[in-house]
Design a protein around this ligand. Sequence first.
Ligand code: FAD
Length: 342
Amino acid sequence: MDVICGVKELLHADLSGLNTFGLPSMAERLVVAESKTDVSSYFEKEQPVPSLILGGGSNLLLTRNIQGTVLKIEIPGIEVLNETSEHVYVKVGAGEVWHQFVLHAIANNWAGIENLSLIPGNVGTAPMQNIGAYGVEIKSVFHELETFLMDESRFETFSLNQCEFGYRESIFKRKLKNKAVITSVTFKLNKNPLFNTKYGAIEQELVRLGIQDLSIKAISDAVINIRQSKLPDPKKIGNSGSFFKNPVIEQTHFERLQKEFDGIVGYPAGEGSMKVAAGWLIERAGFKGKRIGNYGVHDRQALVLVNYGGAKGNEIFELSEEIISTIKKQFDIELEREVNVI
Ligand SMILES: Cc1cc2nc3c(=O)[nH]c(=O)nc-3n(C[C@H](O)[C@H](O)[C@H](O)COP(=O)(O)OP(=O)(O)OC[C@H]3O[C@@H](n4cnc5c(N)ncnc54)[C@H](O)[C@@H]3O)c2cc1C
């Protein structure tokens, strides 16, 4: 890779190894930013803005080649900013790998993100969709983040409220989509852990592991085991985790569906609404395990679309369209993609 003005750059870059779906896509140009200064100097010199900001590539469906520049964020660093008797404030570079940071936190006895073990991707991308798993979302340990605002050519610090976090949502997926580059995230982690074992099969897994003294390490180990048994490993089968969000519908709509569809799975989601398990809907509609040539719906987890090798992004996109229209017809529910389609 050439180095131009201190920033690594490559022309005609193959992105197939840089997205967990393993989809083919060529970028006209790939530029790697390894510091905040790399980011600001890129925008001082370059017009137009990058066509794609890239982290770990684990929440992308690449359906085409990328004209223009892909800016890959690889800013490192983990730094303790402040400590109180209850909390530690840790600033992490956007390019750190999320799971490596989780392991670092556990090794230091900093609690709050152990339930989010083994989620692929980078720290800087975690706030984009307020990553969540096993009853925890990063908003519960988020303090602030630093971002470069492209239109204004300056850095700005965003507090918890300014990020407008929701279920797999933030301001960076809405108003600031393609307008901001996150360069670091500061977390407020707990010195006194509040164990969260109620969700999914964590308690059963802790029993299976013979855990006597509960710890954040034990919870992390349990979550890792459950995830490895349920989700396909992107290194073996290309995928981007949950392809769709769990839709939220009105309680009355859910009650109507309960009469028609025995066993439909849903959870209360605020006054008068229910969050429905999208995986249940997709399985019930007959897609679980469906394979079309090189791609399909995973046979153990209907929420996950997979590339068995050699599929194209637009083929997987077409399959997702078919799923969306079938779910609309059968249940009158609009599924929304969690994955970013490029
Ligand atoms: C097997 C598997 C399991 C998963 N499980 C979960 C789960 O349990 N919970 C969950 O929430 N997610 C899950 N995901 C989805 C994914 O891991 C997360 O969304 C992750 O945060 C994506 O990070 P990334 O760095 O790979 O993002 P990328 O795919 O590189 O980028 C995602 C989006 O963010 C933008 N972006 C990337 N970096 C930056 C930046 N620094 N500044 C601004 N924009 C940026 C990109 O342009 C793109 O639009 C899973 C994925 C896989 C493959």
